[in-house]
Design a protein around this ligand. Structure first.
Ligand SMILES: [Zn+2]
Length: 138
C-alpha cells in the first residue's frame, strides 16, 4: 500500500505518479501546485480553476546534486522538469535513474521514501530518465 507524503499534490493510487493541478477554464493555463486564487494570466476568478490530473512527462531544465543536507541522508540529485502541459516542477531524481542532463526526457515514478509503522510505503514522485523521441541515448 502506498501513502502520499504530500496528499494535496498527488494521488498515490495509480501505478505511476499523476499530479493534482488546476487549469484555468478561460485561458487554459495550468497551475501546479493548484492555487486557491484566481488565474494570474487572464484574471479569471478562483472558481474558474478546474482540478485536473497532470501527467509528469517533460524535459529536464536543470539538475543539481545535493551532497550535504540536514537530514543526514546520502547524496542525491534534484531536477527541474518542464512538463509537457507547461508547469516547471522540481523533484528528486529517482535512485534507479541514470544521471539526468539538461534536455533529457524524464517522467516521474514512485520513490519509496520510507515505510511507516502500519506497513505502508510513504511515496513521492521522483524523476527517471525516459526514452527520447529522437533516440538520443546520452
Ligand atoms: Zn486564465
Amino acid at each position: 500500500m502506498r501513502t502520499a507524503i504530500h496528499p494535496r499534490l498527488y494521488d498515490p493510487a495509480p501505478d505511476d505518479p499523476v499530479l493534482n493541478c488546476g487549469q484555468c477554464a478561460r485561458c487554459g493555463r495550468v497551475y501546479f501546485p493548484p492555487i486557491g486564487i484566481g488565474c494570474e494570466n487572464c484574471g479569471a476568478p478562483a472558481e474558474s480553476l478546474v482540478p485536473r490530473a497532470l501527467p509528469t512527462a517533460g524535459v529536464v531544465f536543470a539538475v543539481a546534486e545535493v551532497n550535504v543536507n540536514t537530514q543526514g541522508t546520502k547524496p542525491f540529485s534534484v531536477a527541474e522538469v518542464v512538463l509537457a502541459a507547461g508547469p516547471l516542477i522540481r523533484a528528486v531524481v529517482h535512485p534507479a535513474s541514470p544521471p539526468l542532463h539538461i534536455g533529457d526526457q524524464a517522467r516521474a515514478r514512485w520513490h519509496v521514501v520510507k515505510r511507516n509503522d502500519a506497513g505502508a510505503d510513504l511515496v513521492e514522485p521522483a524523476f527517471i530518465k525516459s526514452a527520447s523521441a529522437f533516440g538520443d541515448s546520452r
